[in-house]
Design a protein around this ligand. Structure first.
Ligand SMILES: Nc1nc2c(ncn2[C@@H]2O[C@H](COP(=O)(O)OP(=O)(O)OP(=O)(O)O)[C@@H](O)[C@H]2O)c(=O)[nH]1
Ligand SMILES: [Mg+2]
Length: 251
């Protein structure tokens, strides 16, 4: 967690405590859309944040999206930020891509959300960023069994490189793809329970639970940052309650 009084744009320039690891270009095109900072794997100090607001923030929590290549990390973030789905051909993220600085409602906490490349060859780059992450959203793709099977390996990596108290949430993405589904929701729930990690299914395509995933993590982070929290906050309970109250979200 970083505590600053700086313009949001400056926050985009922050690099991990590990230094400034760079992902070298691969010849692959990197996705870019209006208003989105395209880092191409390089933390560029002079890049502005996508937020051009002059608002100031007190606390920025660093949230990272991780998981196998193609599980939908970039799409999930774009859905959260723009409310749109990136349809069309799949353009793999290169290295680390700082994308969103979101100020949470009603207070001065912000989420600084980093999209990472799922491809194995960028793993050493992303590891370096784990260390000062406050929260990790770990995704698998419900239409891709391998991405689900790899979750255990991801958890091992997270335990190795991330902070011990990192807020972690497992997301089974592409829940909209009913016909192609190969991982049941129950399997996701079982795995999450086994590892004591909060879980829900999401869809960047339909928007299912996307906002809830980020909100829940933000609430947990905010709660933890309070010196004397008035009540206990349980991330999974909050998620279940929210899903029940909207009557949505169970595919
Ligand atoms: N049906 C469906 N397709 C999705 C969803 N999210 C992403 N996709 C598709 O999955 C592909 C990969 O999405 P990305 O968001 O680029 O995947 P990524 O995890 O960022 O991949 P890397 O950058 O390589 O790590 C794209 O073709 C998307 O259109 C979803 O919720 N539902
Ligand atoms: Mg990506």
């Amino acid at each position: 967690m970083s505590r600053k009084k700086a313009a949001k744009g400056k926050a985009a320039a922050s690099s991990p405590s590990a230094g400034s690891p760079t992902g070298k270009g691969t010849g692959k095109a990197a996705r870019s859309s209006p208003g989105i900072v395209q880092m191409n794997g390089v933390v560029h100090p002079s890049r502005p944040s996508i937020s051009n607001s002059s608002e100031f923030y007190d606390i920025a929590f660093k949230v990272m999206l991780v998981g196998d290549s193609g599980v939908g990390k970039t799409c999930l973030l774009v859905r959260f930020k723009d409310g749109a789905f990136l349809a069309g051909s799949f353009i793999s993220t290169v290295g680390i891509d700082f994308r969103v600085m979101i100020t949470l409602h009603s207070h001065s906490h912000s989420l600084q959300i980093w999209d990472t490349a799922g491809q194995e060859r960028f793993r050493s780059v992303t590891h370096a960023y784990y260390r000062d992450a406050n929260a990790l959203l770990l995704l698998y793709d419900v239409t891709n069994k391998t991405s689900f099977d790899n979750i255990q390996a991801w958890l091992t990596e997270i335990h190795e490189y991330a902070q011990q108290d990192v807020v972690l949430m497992l997301l089974g993405n592409k829940a909209d793809a009913t016909h192609d589904r190969v991982v049941k929701r129950e399997d996701g729930e079982r795995l999450a329970k086994e590892f004591g990690v909060p879980f829900m299914e999401t869809s960047a395509r339909s928007g299912l639970n996307v906002e809830l995933a980020f909100t829940a993590v933000a609430k947990e982070l905010k709660h933890r940052s309070m010196k004397e929290p008035s009540e206990k906050f349980q991330l999974q309970e909050y998620v279940n309650k929210e899903m029940k109250s909207t009557g949505c979200c169970r595919s």
